[in-house]
Ligand binder design. Sequence first.
Ligand SMILES: Cc1cc2nc3c(=O)[nH]c(=O)nc-3n(C[C@H](O)[C@H](O)[C@H](O)COP(=O)(O)OP(=O)(O)OC[C@H]3O[C@@H](n4cnc5c(N)ncnc54)[C@H](O)[C@@H]3O)c2cc1C
Length: 306
Amino acid sequence: MFLRRCILFLSRLKWLRRWAENSALAQPLTRRFVAGQTRAEALAVCQRLNREGLLVTIDCLGESVEDPREAERSREEYLRLIEDIARHRLLATVSVKLTHFGLDVSESLCWALVGDVARHAHQHGTAVEVDMEGPEYVDRTLRLVRQLHREHGCVRAVIQAYLRRSEQDILQLCAEGIPVRLCKGAYSAPPTLAFQSRREIRTNFLRLAKILLSQGTEPAFATHDARLIAQLESSARTDGRPRSDVEFQMLYGVREVLHGPLRRAGFKVRLYVPYGLAWYPYFMRRLAEHPANLLFLFRNLFRRAL
Ligand SMILES: Cc1cc2nc3c(=O)[nH]c(=O)nc-3n(C[C@H](O)[C@H](O)[C@H](O)COP(=O)(O)OP(=O)(O)OC[C@H]3O[C@@H](n4cnc5c(N)ncnc54)[C@H](O)[C@@H]3O)c2cc1C
């Protein structure tokens, strides 16, 4: 827990982020979790995964944008990405973070830019999954998701099982017919807002999953926790939902061994495929949730130094 907190603290240091993202070490360090630096590289990975029977959601890395021009560039990149997905007939959605579209600068700018992305996605037959960031963004994110759902329909919300408020949120989203991706939660949040122990988070995940299975539209479970996945599989069975209605989502580069059995059992499996240069916060969250990744990091650094 202490190590996790330290890594999440480091993930917020802007100077370290600037240094790391411009360093020659970027590619060797990140290649396990990041599909590449360019859209073309991400599309090639997506094509390969689709051929293997896996669905994809593509994320152009970026968050905490403070310059409105950068937020506009994020929109342009996502519009091109959506066109490429349609042109290559890929089985892929896009995932966005609202702070990549300037939520910290201006809520109205962010709404306008993400609105354009959702409209484009709708016109090109795909969908937008709106990632959930730290607890200070939850209300604003859910407000925008509802608006996008009303206007375009092609949107999926993310709910984090570590937040105490999530049961209320999920019930409301289910009542409105908004699809949900349920995950544990990758940010730090105080005990007043969030469960802290793994056991409590897993218990809440299961409770929320049961709501999604019985009342939700296109339920998606984003986890690599094999024990939890086995419990979700059996809940899906007792709930009587067709397996093809239920989606498991995993991160690119994490526990590939889980994909095959889920696919063969008839569930959908979707991989979250990030690309781009702004990899630092994403990569640090991957270290924080599984500190054993530090070994992988040091091994790569060591190999390069030799
Ligand atoms: C598709 C997808 C989308 C997500 N979207 C969001 C989001 O919008 N907002 C948000 O807050 N969080 C998001 N997350 C992250 C999520 O909240 C968790 O932090 C993350 O998935 C780790 O939790 P876990 O359920 O895999 O269980 P854990 O108990 O953390 O992990 C179970 C096992 O999986 C393996 N594992 C897990 N993570 C890693 C890793 N990084 N590297 C190597 N092995 C690992 C380990 O073997 C570990 O023992 C997303 C996760 C996924 C899979």
